[in-house]
Design a protein around this ligand. Structure first.
Ligand SMILES: [Zn+2]
Ligand SMILES: [Zn+2]
Length: 350
């Protein structure tokens, strides 16, 4: 166990300057407050959000204050707990919900803590997980499933995104299109299949990723760089369109394509985040009576329970392509930015 923790310095990947890039720096181990938990991070994975912050795009410039440690996905062991914490003990195997909610606003009071008005996101609004130690409020700690190694437990947070989206899409007996070949889109194929979709069709741009979608449960995959996905879905549904389309790419053309390929009265879920505002012909929504629903995060903690129940049917580790010690973070980030990796796991403390 760690003692004299204020004097202990560990390595962290942090944004130190308001410009593209990040640095491996020395960082003091945080001191947890009375209602907080100090976690020794065993594994942390890189998410698209971290790539936005690394690249220092328009969104990151408007939101991030430096210096700040990157990362939010993680799994590890509790090192110590604050004096007010009783449901978590030192040594517990944990991960955490990354949307830190206030617990007192209208949305928290009405069962929507994941869209809390005062939400702080790990690695976005406060120091994140790309460090050997992390302090979080005990209210967001989730006991990780002991069946999972840390590299799989760190993927439970993005897997929860996939579960939340598929649950809100109400997929049983429906034909479901998933646009996007990132980790959440690929994992959504497995969840949709397990949740009873009649057909799962994944649209992406890279064949090696689409093969993983097929392994995870997609009945058919469509490479949008060779084929027009709207025309193909139309053919597959004899001109009717898909019952549900999950837009999980954020690509500029994808939301309009989703509206074009959904059937009248169908549902489109917007989950992918476009790099800039996009145009959408809303007359198409009106005349087809399409439901358009935006979704973010995970329902706290309903989605976490659901995600664990899907584990026997969905191999979450299938999306992990690369693993590095924390000091290898730059290589992992470069591979992700060049789309040569799908999910990169980092090991702080190694
Ligand atoms: Zn994430
Ligand atoms: Zn709140």
């Amino acid at each position: 166990m760690l003692s004299e923790r204020n004097e202990i310095v560990v390595q962290a990947v942090a944004k130190t300057r308001p410009e593209p890039g990040a640095d491996l720096v020395n960082w003091n181990v945080p001191k947890p407050g009375p209602a907080e938990v100090l976690i020794r991070v065993s594994a942390a994975s890189i998410c698209g959000t971290d790539m936005h912050i690394y690249s220092w795009d328009e969104w990151a410039r408007s939101r991030i204050h430096v210096p700040q440690i990157l990362g939010h996905e993680h799994a590890g062991y509790v090192e110590s707990v604050g004096s007010e914490v009783h449901h978590v003990q030192p040594g517990d195997y944990v991960t955490a919900e990354t949307h830190i909610f206030c617990g007192t606003c209208y949305l928290c009071h009405t069962g929507n803590a994941h869209i809390c008005r005062n939400v702080e996101i790990l690695g976005v609004d406060r120091n994140g997980t790309f460090a050997e130690y992390l302090a979080v409020p005990a209210s967001v700690v989730w006991h990780a499933d002991p069946r999972l190694p840390p590299k799989a437990a760190t993927v439970m947070e993005p897997f929860g995104n996939s579960v939340h989206v598929v649950m809100k899409a109400a997929v049983p007996a429906k034909n479901v299109v998933i646009i996007g070949d990132g980790p959440t889109g690929l994992l959504a194929a497995g969840v949709a299949r397990a949740a009873g979709a009649a057909a799962v069709w994944n649209v992406g741009l890279l064949d090696d990723r689409l093969e993983i979608a097929a392994e995870l449960g997609a009945h058919k995959t469509i490479n949008a760089s060779h084929e027009d996905p709207v025309a193909l879905i139309n053919r597959l549904t004899e001109g009717l369109g898909a019952d549900v389309v999950l837009e999980m790419s954020g690509a500029e053309v994808a939301l309009q394509q989703a509206v074009d390929m959904v059937r009248p009265g169908g549902r489109v879920i917007a989950f992918g985040i476009p790099a800039r505002p996009l145009s959408l012909n809303t007359a198409d929504l009106v005349f087809k009576e399409v439901e358009l629903l935006g979704l973010v995060g995970r329902r706290i903690f309903e989605t976490w329970h659901q995600a664990e129940r899907f584990l026997p049917q969905v191999d979450v580790q299938r999306v992990i392509t690369d693993e590095f010690p924390l000091s290898g973070w730059q290589e992992g980030m470069d591979k992700l930015l060049n789309r040569k990796a799908i999910k990169v796991v980092l090991y702080p403390g190694q």
